[in-house]
Design a protein around this ligand. Structure first.
Ligand code: KG4
Ligand code: ZN
Length: 337
């Protein structure tokens, strides 16, 4: 029998994402983002995000169906991000998914956003080796996960104790006068600078845990820039961006490989928006090659929040025979992995 067609809905932050998959085959991935509405506030405003999801939901579902050349009645199951994320934003997606599942008479799967960031890689690189280590780095999360089975068993090994990696990129970009979200701008500016120009601190570098800390680094960059400005000297933006970026990706790749060693796992997956960072991709590849670890990084459009990742995990749950969710599942903003 053919695998079921799964519609996935993502609304945990500022992207309204709708994806459609069959097994590991990606059929549609429509995303509407409210990022421009948040830019002038320098961060995502929850109320603005919720309202934008509400407006974007129906057109984005229609766009996904159109991309896939399908009709509503073709859908066999609906998956939706139930958490973690912004409470009001999650509610919009969960309410829509319930309505679609009920109206179509198909099962509903409430899924974990972090596990979905892992599952999405299967759409690009095929079945995930069991077990894998996954590192998720975005504006909202920085986690190391041991993944024996993405549908049934995902174990948190460590996470940030303060800022998420992407949050640190965004805050440092602001200090350097770069637009929001700052990650891509830092990435671009860094290409013209030297990663060894300024020796910024590397939080939790050698503490034996698999946790991260980025707020000390962010503060160190801000102090360094302030001192330059106070002295009336120009701020070498490219060098600061490159040195900050080097500090972040040094710690990230080091801890990811420590996790692989500690759990004797030979497959590492990196996902989330920060996985689009060119230096992170390069250093991760270099260190994985040296350690004999295979690296998987989905293409950028699958790393940032999207609906295909939710559909991919929903598809895994169906295949694993996991029971669907009741139609009254809540949105859980602090859902653990
Ligand atoms: O996964 P994502 O789209 O949304 C969530 O936060 O869940 O990630 C967005 C984050 C932002 O903080 C953005 O600055 C960062 O990913 N980002 C990058 C790059 N592209 C996006 N950070 C560093 N380098 C990049 N090239
Ligand atoms: Zn995410």
């Amino acid at each position: 029998a053919e695998e079921p067609l799964v519609l996935g809905i993502e609304t945990s932050c500022d992207e309204t994402g709708v994806g459609i998959v069959r097994g590991n085959t990606l059929l549609a991935n429509a995303v509407a983002s409210s990022v421009e509405e948040h830019a002038r506030f320098g961060g995502v405003v929850p109320e603005v995000a919720s309202r934008a999801h509400l407006e974007a939901m129906t057109p984005t579902v229609e766009r996904a169906l159109e991309q896939a050349g399908l009709r509503f009645s073709d859908i066999d199951a609906v998956a939706v991000t139930a958490g973690p994320g912004l409470a009001g934003a999650l509610l919009v997606g969960v309410a829509a998914a319930k309505a679609y599942a009920l109206g179509l008479g198909v099962p509903l799967y409430g899924v974990n956003h972090l596990a979905a960031h892992v599952a999405v890689d299967q759409l690009e690189h095929g079945p995930l080796p069991k077990p894998s280590i996954a590192m998720l780095v975005s504006g909202g999360h920085s986690s190391l996960l041991l993944v024996p089975d993405v549908a049934k068993d995902v174990i948190s090994l460590g996470s940030t104790v303060d800022d998420a990696a992407g949050e640190a990129f965004d805050k440092v970009a602001r200090v350097l006068g770069l637009p929001f979200p700052g990650g891509p701008y830092i990435d671009r500016a860094a290409a013209e600078g030297s990663g060894t120009a300024v020796a910024f601190p590397r939080g939790k570098y050698d503490d034996g845990t698999l946790d991260f800390s980025f707020s000390g680094l962010k503060t160190a960059v801000a102090r360094w820039v302030e001192a330059k400005e106070r002295a009336g000297e120009p701020v070498p933006v490219a060098d600061v961006a490159a040195s900050f970026q080097e500090a972040v990706v040094d710690v990230l790749t080091r801890k990811a490989l420590q996790a692989c060693r500690r759990y004797e796992v030979e497959d590492l997956l990196i996902g989330g928006g920060v996985a689009a960072n060119s230096r992170l991709r390069a250093l991760a590849q270099e260190r994985c090659d040296a350690a004999g670890v295979r690296l998987r990084v989905p293409r950028p459009g699958l790393c940032t929040d999207n609906g295909a990742m939710i559909a991919a995990l929903g598809s895994e749950l169906v295949a694993a025979g996991v029971a669907p969710s009741p139609l009254d599942i809540p949105a859980d903003s602090s859902m653990p992995v």
